[in-house]
Design a protein around this ligand. Sequence first.
Ligand SMILES: O=C(O)CCC(=O)C(=O)O
Ligand SMILES: [Fe+2]
Length: 357
Amino acid sequence: MSLIDEAASVDAFKDVPVIDLSHIFSDDPSFRKGLVSQIRDACIRVGFFYGNLSNLTVSNVVRHGLTELWRSLVSNHGIPEEVIAYVLAGAKQFFALPLETKMEIENKKQPNFKGYSPLLSGNNDPYGAGDLQEGFEFGWEALDDQKGVQDESISGAMTGANVWPSEAAVTGFRNAALTYYHAATKLGKALFPLFAEALDQRPDFFHDKTQHSAALMKFLYYPPQLGPVDDRVIGIGAHTDWECFTILWQEPGIQALQVLNSEKQWIDAPPMSGTLVINLGDEFARITNGIFKSTVHRAINRNGVERYSIPLFFGVDYNTKLEPMPSCVSTDRPFEHEVITAGEYIKSRLAATYNHK
Ligand SMILES: O=C(O)CCC(=O)C(=O)O
Ligand SMILES: [Fe+2]
């Protein structure tokens, strides 16, 4: 079936599919075909899936540089290990700092909203009254032992360096955060060829558009929300993500994330051991003219305990134009957006969310 016909024939999903990514690096056509077809179905029908990494072979994990990420997810006692443990400890320490210390790196003072966003400062749902979360956002930066400096010319509309709390305030925070960032972006880079094949393109279709890791990582802290709740103030209001896809780590054991289907039912997407949630965003929806779904979701923390989550929003390079693929456009299915660059799009969404005057 063509992409356009397939997109026209989908029913409301009732759950978020789980896709085994053990063969993510396999060139064996039988494995590859099966995986691509599951990803295509999830992207067209749901816009969300759980990527199960727990059965990856150790040799593949090592060869493709996923060790830190994999060991963060896969443990035999369900407790996050290694990098995630450091990241989580650092995030907890950071969010526990006095407000005035955190406000020294407030996102509204930075050119592109990197840094700290206080409680209720963002509003992802225009019908909401603010998101009940605190955040800390940062983008690509070389680790101390890596070569490379940030080339600002490639960041286009999204130019702007990261800001960090002082090393004295949260020891090891920057290093732990960047280590996890680099591990998660490696997984992101391995996913682009699969998405390309799911769109009937060559595996390297996105290669020239993903040279620079246009990816933002955000640490999120959600206080518990108990008692009567104003529906307009929840952890993060109903929204779509903005980049191509998000790789989301959720704190184990705490249900908060929900995904909206076409019958307006909220479907729970609880954390699942050995997996990361992968969901598509607006850049992919634009590039595919709506064939890949950028699905509405929200998070509500009614669990009586604090909750942390870590999305990595991975887009095409900021200077790439968000144009539709010709195979996704027809006379019945015209493209209805202005063509702008990815950087311009992300910047405009950040400004709208934080109401920056
Ligand atoms: O915290 C979560 O589970 C979801 C976060 C989210 O949807 C976002 O930051 O875009
Ligand atoms: Fe989201």
